[in-house]
Design a protein around this ligand. Structure first.
Ligand code: PMP
Ligand code: GLN
Length: 387
């Protein structure tokens, strides 16, 4: 048999799938893969169901339904003061994953350099490589996961076409502050680059911190492609409805990729997401405060079990440092051991690096029912002799 694509064949199955299957095999509590275990907002589900039964179920416009694009423009104005033309500056995709892929395939020419921050979400690098992009890594390390001017000096060059940034950052649970974003914006402008901003956790930010889209900084409106996900904003990760907001000249090449990737996204889900994005501010602040309470609950449980918990400023995740256990093995080995021996599933943070990975950090997902978080903490306490 002739070989498949060499780049894709070089990757194994994603860590999320691997750990979820291992978790099932061992009857473990799955705090690995990031998804909420509740039903999601009933009114948004109802809007989808109504649209399915009573609405249009044929191909919608490839850019997204007018209704959803208008809701996205209104959302950008309400939360970020951005003036977005719904006709030319927003596009609906089948998940943020497709949005990311369409941005990378639509903008990269072979040989273009792409600046990536490690840890990075697992789909970024394979697509950069498929597009012929040359990755340049900036390494972020615990506990502050920050970067310096020297890091950017080393990563940027005249060949830099694109930067890919995830804020809030999965798995580190970091939210970039204004000074960090200003520094990045300075380099993006100096090297005449564009930025794909993966902001799927834009509404899951804690402790009253603001989420600052890079696109809102001076001179960045025309350089950024901002990506969001209804899966995260409405706790319905299986829906796979994403969106890209960008200036027309940046969005056009991305739409060219989208038309050959998925072309469009289920119209009933688009109708429900449009409804959801128009919900009042209390929905969005309620999502952040509910997740913050879950963060606090799980962090307390992990600490009581003897794990060193790093700060979590946003996302569904909290990272723990396992050094204190003196475990003989790296984070991957520790996670495999934890599933089998403690019945709790986590994700090794090294899976988000291709080089210079830390070997001592593991990620737990707290977007779960309280009783699930408590049961996981109890199992860990018992296994580590603290229960
Ligand atoms: N980016 C990041 C950082 C994520 O955590 C996720 C969640 N799976 C995605 C993109 C993909 O989002 P979606 O499910 O909308 O494709
Ligand atoms: N974004 C999710 C996570 O980080 C997983 C999505 C997936 O399984 N591909 O856990």
């Amino acid at each position: 048999m002739k070989a498949g694509n060499a780049i894709l064949s070089s990757y194994g199955t994603t860590i999320f799938e691997v750990m979820s299957r291992l978790s099932e095999e061992h009857g473990a509590i799955n705090l690995g893969q990031g998804f909420p275990d509740e039903r999601g907002p009933a009114d948004v589900l109802e809007a989808a169901s109504k649209a399915l039964l009573e609405g249009w179920n044929q191909y919608p416009s490839m850019m997204g339904t007018p209704e959803l694009r208008q809701a996205l423009a209104a959302h950008a104005r309400r939360f970020y003061g951005l003036d977005v033309d719904w006709k030319t500056e927003v596009m609906v995709t089948s998940g943020a994953t497709e949005a990311l892929t369409a941005c990378l395939l639509g903008l990269i020419n072979p040989g273009d350099e792409v600046v990536l921050f490690q840890p990075m979400y697992d789909s970024y690098l394979p697509i950069v490589r498929l597009a012929g992009g040359v990755p340049r890594f900036v390494n972020l390390t615990a506990p502050d996961w920050s970067f310096t001017r020297a890091d950017l000096d080393a990563a940027f060059s005249d060949k830099t076409k694109l930067v890919l940034i995830n804020d809030p950052l999965n798995p580190a649970a970091k939210v970039y502050d204004r000074a960090e974003l200003d520094l990045l914006a300075e380099y993006v402008k100096r090297f005449d680059a564009y930025v794909v901003c993966d902001e799927v956790y834009e509404h899951i930010v804690f402790d009253g911190r603001p989420h600052i889209p890079l696109m809102t900084l001076p001179g960045m409106r025309e350089r950024c492609l901002k990506i969001g996900s209804a899966g995260k904003t409405f706790s319905l990760t299986g829906w796979k409805v994403g969106y890209v907001t960008a200036a027309p000249q940046l969005l056009q090449p991305v739409a060219k990729a989208h038309q050959f990737l998925t072309f469009t996204t289920p119209p009933n889900l688009q109708a429900a997401v449009a409804y959801g994005l128009n919900k009042d501010d209390a929905y969005f602040s309620g999502l952040a405060s509910a997740m913050q309470a879950k963060r606090d609950r799980l962090a307390a449980g992990l600490e009581a079990a003897g794990l060193e918990v790093l700060p979590s400023a946003g996302t569904y995740f909290v990272v723990a440092d396992i050094r204190a256990f003196g475990f003989d093995g790296d984070d991957q080995a520790f996670c495999r051991w934890l599933v089998k021996e403690a019945g709790v599933t986590a994700i090794p943070v090294s899976a988000f690096y291709v080089e210079n990975a830390p070997a001592t950090c593991i990620r737990f997902c707290f977007s779960k029912k309280d009783e699930v978080l408590d049961a996981a903490a109890d199992r860990l306490k018992r296994r580590f002799g603290r229960g």
